[in-house]
Design a protein around this ligand. Structure first.
Ligand code: GLY
Length: 388
């Protein structure tokens, strides 16, 4: 049985401490603050310096749909639908523009084999009731003239979009600051203090104790190995490495207007002329080294798709760790420790799933059931496995 909290219930300390200041942690803090809770965000590194910094920020539930994942699709669709208001609420508070764009995605088959796979993916999209249009090579090149001339076909997903996660983090930080929410960086949680099986405080690396009855672990791939999370509550989250390359062109003459994707690479244009080329998917444990092989593969595949990338400035490459789970669903909800909540396991969809995750944590901390398909992301589905 988990403790339920009413807003602003604590006299000292905080109603809720959120561990992790990536997009997930900051979005949760934003939601909890708007519900009236006193919130403290604790970040071991710098806000947004983890996987968020590496994410391309695709909001593409349709284009990224895979076989056998209807619940994931539902979660992603709900969260995509929440995005306009989520962004607007942050923009109102930070007086800035976060650059959320529904520019659409074009998924391209570069040869006949790829066309077969893309046709099957398109069939899945239409059978799932989603809007996606098959285009022949000429039609595809009409809307994206820079595409490789030999392409076999494409699927246009008009509703997909993107946001720059680094801009989103800046906006969230400003909005939280404007609301008086403290985001403390440079020190992580080193232990969770419990009394009679309930969270009563946390202790930071430097020894400081902070009173709270609710802690949300929004620490990405680290959730699977964080010592301060009691072993029985630690979710089976593993790091899945992704490398990206950043290129820069003239914003007045963008190399593409849509998100472009082939079987092996995706390209996400930013308004400032940057192009994000992503991403490798590697099971390498906690290794976030940028490798020559990773960069070579991304650039080779980007060039096959959009030859104009060869003329762009190479800004750099970074690697991050997606928090993967055994079933590709996130882990969002109450843990077996009373007062400890988990918000991790977002794998390839962290930026997309931020609004629905934040809303679910708001519901659960308040003692309600999470709304909709995100209920399937409850940590309880792993409890027998975790306990062995
Ligand atoms: N959502 C894209 C990725 O994880 O690479």
């Amino acid at each position: 049985m988990n403790t339920q909290h009413s807003p602003n219930s604590s006299d000292t300390g905080f109603d809720v401490v959120v561990a992790g200041a990536g997009v997930i942690g900051l979005s949760i803090a934003w939601e909890l603050n708007s519900l009236g809770y006193s919130v403290l965000v604790i970040e071991r590194d710098l806000p947004g310096a983890g996987t968020t910094r590496v994410a391309a920020g695709m909001l593409a539930p349709v284009g990224e749909l895979d076989f056998g994942e209807p619940t994931l699709l539902e979660i992603n669709m709900v969260s995509a639908g929440m995005y306009p208001e989520f962004v607007a609420s942050i923009e109102r508070a930070c007086n800035g523009v976060l650059g959320y764009q529904r520019m659409g995605g074009l998924h391209v088959a570069l040869d006949r084999d790829e066309a077969g796979a893309l046709k099957r993916a398109h069939q899945l999209q239409t059978e799932s009731g989603l809007r996606a249009d098959w285009l022949g090579p000429m039609a595809a090149r009409e809307i994206e003239p820079g595409l490789a001339p030999g392409l076999s076909g494409a699927v246009l997903v008009e509703d997909d979009g993107a946001i720059d996660p680094r801009v989103l983090v800046s906006g969230l930080l400003e909005a939280l600051l404007a609301e008086g929410v403290e985001v403390r960086s440079g020190s992580g949680i080193c232990s969770l203090k419990q009394k009679r099986g309930r969270v009563e405080a946390i202790e930071l690396d430097g020894g400081e104790r902070i009173e709270t009855n609710s802690v949300v672990a929004a620490i990405g791939a680290d959730a699977g190995r964080a010592d301060w999370i009691p072993a029985e509550a630690r979710p089976p989250v593993r790091p899945v490495k992704g490398q990206i390359v950043e290129l820069k062109g003239d914003p007045a003459v963008p190399v593409c207007e849509h998100i472009l994707a082939s079987e092996r690479v995706y390209l996400v244009p930013r308004r400032d002329g940057r192009l994000i080329v992503g991403a490798t998917v590697e099971e390498q444990g906690f290794d976030s080294t940028v490798t020559a092989g990773g960069v070579h593969e991304l650039l080779r595949e980007a060039y096959r798709l959009l030859p104009d990338v060869a003329e762009m400035e190479f800004l750099g490459a970074v690697a991050g760790l997606r928090p993967g789970t055994p079933d590709n669903l996130p882990v969002v909800g109450a843990s077996v420790v009373d007062g400890l909540y988990l918000a991790s396991g977002h794998y390839r969809n962290g930026i997309l799933q931020a609004p629905v995750t934040a809303r679910a944590i708001g519901d659960i901390v308040g003692g309600a059931e999470p709304r909709g398909a995100i209920a399937a992301a409850s940590p309880s589905r792993f409890e027998s496995a975790v306990r062995g």
